[in-house]
Write a protein that binds this ligand. Sequence first.
Ligand code: NAD
Length: 332
Amino acid sequence: MKIIAYGIREDERPYVENWQWANPDVELVCTGKLLDVESAELARGCDGVVAYQQKSYSADLLKRLHEMNIHNLSLRNVGIDNVDVEAAVKYSFKITNVPVYSPAAIAEFGVTQLLNLLRRTKEYQAKFAKRDYRWAPNISKELNQQTVGIVGAGHIGRVMAHICRGFGARVMVYNHRPKPDLVKAGVFTDSLDELYKESTVISLHVPAVKSTYHMLNRDAFAKMQKGVLIVNMSRGSLIDEQDLIAALDSGQVGGAALDVLEDETKIFNKDMANQPSNYPAFDDLNQRENVLITPHTAFYTDEAVRNMVEQSLDANRELILTGASDKMVSLA
Ligand code: NAD
């Protein structure tokens, strides 16, 4: 059995090598190249393909793999938004993903950035750079005094809630489908408006779908407490960035920690030294001392990367051996 893994980064190599050692029945080929119509030729003779990329898995690419009789595709990440699903069905692909690689990685980073907002660390760093070592007037707030409104009670939102409660914060959780265990624990609300009204911090943990597109917009900000802090570790499209800028200008929003942006593919994971971003909303947000932007790094931990590598390779091997895997994505 032969598998090719595309887009393998240096930080993934130790986990790939470990996996190969534990699975001697597989001939594993690795390349740093991303998978596209040209590099697809490297997969000739393979039974399965493993990949992780923002580049699209286009109809042409899937057709190319199909012509080489390759139909097992395992993604090392969650989303299949860059897969041409229609073509995947047409060419009889079986696709797996890694739906849960480390919720703690994202939740811990969300709390880290929330603490950075509360403790105003970006402001202190700016003062330090100017050799200004006075503490006033940048007085901080404590997490244990906050009401943290968590939108989305899935894998990550739940860990975020747990950690915030551990800090002594009051936590409210909203999910579009009620969660009986959270109702029982007394932290669930079925009213997003109530969560907006009560929270001093709002943290987003819902997927990017039609119903969540720009869910934080001018109307939503108007329902929140003045000076509310926003944490978005989920997807950029959840926030209307122009409305966020206006809310920061007016002080309605007191700060934001953003690991994701709506047009992040323009800049994230690229070396942009000496290049204009061509992303005015990013430039505006990024120069603010109460806005912390990170380039979609919340997931990027040893544990998460190991899980993404091992689980995708396991799933691909399973697809080849049995024709199925519990990580198979429904293409219906
Ligand atoms: P999940 O599927 O486990 O949980 C999502 C929750 O949101 C579910 O409980 C679902 O019922 C709920 N939901 C869906 N639509 C909703 C709506 N309209 N209103 C309220 N609740 C709604 O997902 P997860 O693994 O917890 O991931 C959450 C988000 O984090 C996703 O957007 C994901 O893409 C993002 N993410 C970001 C990173 C990063 O590095 N920044 C890494 C992984 C995941």
